[in-house]
Design a protein around this ligand. Sequence first.
Ligand code: HEM
Length: 131
Amino acid sequence: MMSISSLFFRGAVLWFVAGTSVGMQMGLSGNHEFIDAHAHLNLLGWVSSALSGCFYALHPTVAAKRRAWVHFTIYNAGLVLMLPSLYLVQAGHAWAEPLLQIGSSLTWAGVILFAILVVTAPSLGKVGVGK
Ligand code: HEM
């Protein structure tokens, strides 16, 4: 089974492609209306997912917890709903707003779960051997 850090890294790089593609779209067209979607694809999708992957790679005992899988699932389900919806809303499709709200709530729930995992994990200073 693929490790939780691998899943985060693979997801991160997909969001990186999507985020920079929207950046290219804005840069080439001169139309910067997708700036919010671009920033969130890159920062929630690429940067935050890659940082989560780094954390779990450094702390395998935390990564082995079932809650780490729940974190990955909720966070990414949220992003899959939230980020395309944000793009659609910025393109003028107001019908996507409820999806944006549901997606951002799920993403935020994933962030809270990650915070609980990090804060309650003992021995974070001992990389790779935390219990
Ligand atoms: C091929 C790569 C990229 C291209 C072509 C690109 C292009 C752009 C463009 C055209 C804007 C709008 C600028 C404006 O209207 O003021 C922008 C804004 C922004 N980009 Fe990128 N970008 C790229 C990568 C990234 C990455 C990797 C990140 C973050 C990790 C990022 C974060 C942001 C943020 C936060 C803003 C909003 C800045 C503001 O509101 O002042 N971009 N980008």
